[in-house]
Design a protein around this ligand. Structure first.
Ligand code: FAD
Ligand code: AMP
Length: 478
């Protein structure tokens, strides 16, 4: 029997590592079990997010957006450069360096906070004991007062389209191609499919996204989704809705994709296929049956609003529990749980959860959509402002999109914000803050915004709710 801990966290992704750091800050003796082996075949912290998710995808989105701007927009800005050329292996190795620096940074933070990293695979046994199977196969059992399960998620695979080499890949595989494919098929026009499709389209691939649903981005505000659809199609993304992929066969160095749409069954040959049909909680063997932790049919752990499972002292956070699979959601759950273990009365406002699609233009939203408000019978009012009327967006030469803010008519509180446009991910933060502070649309209208900034679009949207936006004609409001 080894040490007794106050907290053992199983999983070192953004939910788990943040929980561990916060627990250690609060003086709790903390360990984190993490089994990840990275591309360099070294143990690594950071989970999906840092290794094969949020960070590497954003590194490639950044490089490819700059490439596209340099190639296509520089002349419009009065900049003439010679031929713009690509070095894909360098782009990929820069991405890997960003990942390594950040995962190394977590390792350093663990050291600074006195957190023990137990390298290997963790399993919760009865009585909050955790068995750690090290990479060399040896088992050690640790006792803990509290255990936080944060084992995250993995891509969903389709049995009809099995992964094969670097031709049929999941989201992780699509971050590592060393050359630009001529054609790429993406199964699933969700957040991950759109981001990865954008990366390879910008580099020159013909990209087709096949989506089974008949609505594009059903979780997004309708006007924003319409604008996104228009913008992405204009860029050349071939998005086909009501199209279900039935199978794939690798032939030589290409892949034949079989799909069904309203016109029947079709086959199309591509150089690469990305399976981006969602993610599932990774909870296989994380708890021995004698641990007694309840899970649902999808493997998610049952938790209450404070991420407590049915077993006292056992918590679950991040992608293994209900709610959106987002890094910041998991991290904030980690903070909440660590603070509650330390005796604080922490809680999380799940109603104010930011969401972003990091395409260009970016799509970002928080709170309720008009459709949700209608179905809940809430009387609301919308203010909106197009980036085409923003001086800063014009100066940037980046005017696609709009800001839309929604207020509850009964009390003027902000109940939703929906954006598409330049830096929408950053602009969203002011409406998230407004909602967290229970601010009103009037509060935003009264707030001085620097000129010229993109954030003025939010100010103008708030003004427009009262029919007094300055830089657009206002419709008379009821
Ligand atoms: P994970 O990050 O999956 O971490 C879980 C960790 O637990 C892993 O390191 C795993 O090795 C470890 N583990 C599992 N089982 C065990 C075990 N038995 N013992 C020890 N260790 C174990 N979210 C955003 O918010 N913004 C984005 O921009 C974004 N972009 C994304 C892009 C892509 C391509 C992908 C795939 C995902 C993206 N996500 C994004 C989602 C985000 O990555 C996840 O929501 C987030 O990583 C979940 O955090 P987590 O800590 O719950 O799980
Ligand atoms: P997300 O859950 O945001 O990652 O999006 C995944 C998308 O993949 C969803 O919109 C699903 O409808 C879509 N999808 C799942 N299976 C298939 C399939 N066989 N063919 C086409 N699209 C699919």
């Amino acid at each position: 029997m080894a040490d007794v801990y106050d907290v053992i966290v199983i999983g070192g992704g953004p939910a788990g590592y943040v929980a561990a750091i916060r627990a250690a800050q609060l003086g709790l003796k903390t360990a984190c079990v993490e089994k990840w082996i990275d591309k360099q075949e070294k143990p690594a912290l950071g989970g999906t997010c840092l290794n094969v998710g949020c960070i590497p995808s954003k590194a490639l989105l950044e490089s490819t957006e700059l490439y596209e701007t340099a190639k296509h927009s520089f002349p419009d800005l009065g900049i003439n450069v010679g031929e713009v050329t690509l070095d894909v292996p360098k782009m990929i190795s820069r991405k890997d360096k960003v990942v390594q620096e950040l995962t190394g940074g977590i390792q350093m933070l663990f050291k600074q906070n006195g957190i023990d990293w137990l390298q290997g695979s963790g399993q919760l046994l009865a009585d909050k004991q955790v068995k750690v199977t090290a990479h060399d196969g040896t088992d050690t059992v640790y006792d803990s007062e509290n255990v936080i399960i944060a084992t995250g998620s993995v891509p969903i695979n389709l049995s009809a389209t099995p992964l094969e080499g670097n031709i049929v890949v999941d989201s992780a595989g699509a971050l590592d191609w060393q050359a630009v494919p001529g054609s790429v098929c993406v199964i699933g026009a969700g957040v991950i499919g759109l981001e990865l499709g954008s990366v390879w389209r910008r580099l020159g691939s013909t990209v087709v996204l096949l989506e089974a649903q008949d609505t594009f981005l059903p979780m997004v505000d309708k006007a924003v989704a319409r604008e996104a659809d228009r913008a992405f199609k204009k860029q050349g993304l071939d998005i086909r809705l009501s199209t279900r992929v039935m199978g794939s066969t690798v032939k030589g160095d290409q892949v034949v994709v079989t799909y069904q749409d309203a016109d029947g069954t079709h086959e199309q040959v591509f150089d690469k296929l990305i399976v981006a049909v969602g993610r599932r909680a990774f909870t296989d063997d994380v708890c021995a049956s004698e641990a007694g932790v309840e899970q649902d049919e999808r493997g998610l752990f049952h938790v209450n609003d404070h991420c407590e499972t049915n077993v006292p002292g056992v918590y679950a956070i991040g992608d293994v529990v209900r709610g959106p699979m987002l890094a910041h959601k998991g991290s904030e759950e980690g903070v909440m749980v660590a603070e509650r273990i330390a005796g604080e009365n922490a809680s999380l406002n799940y109603d104010v959860m930011p969401n972003v699609i990091y395409t260009h233009p970016e799509v970002a939203w928080v709170g309720k959509t008009e459709e949700q408000l209608k179905s809940e019978g809430i009387d609301y009012q919308v203010g909106s402002f197009p980036f085409a009327a923003s001086g800063r967006a014009k100066a940037k030469g980046d005017t696609t999109g709009l800001v839309k803010i929604i207020r509850d008519k009964s009390n003027d509180r902000v109940v939703g914000a929906h954006l598409i446009g330049p830096s929408a991910s950053e602009l969203l933060a002011q409406s998230v803050l407004a909602m967290e502070f229970d601010a009103t649309v009037e509060d935003i209208a009264h707030t001085i915004h620097a000129h010229p900034t993109l954030s003025e679009a939010m100010h103008e949207a708030a003004l427009s709710a009262d029919g007094r936006a300055i830089h657009i004609g206002n419709r008379k409001r009821k």
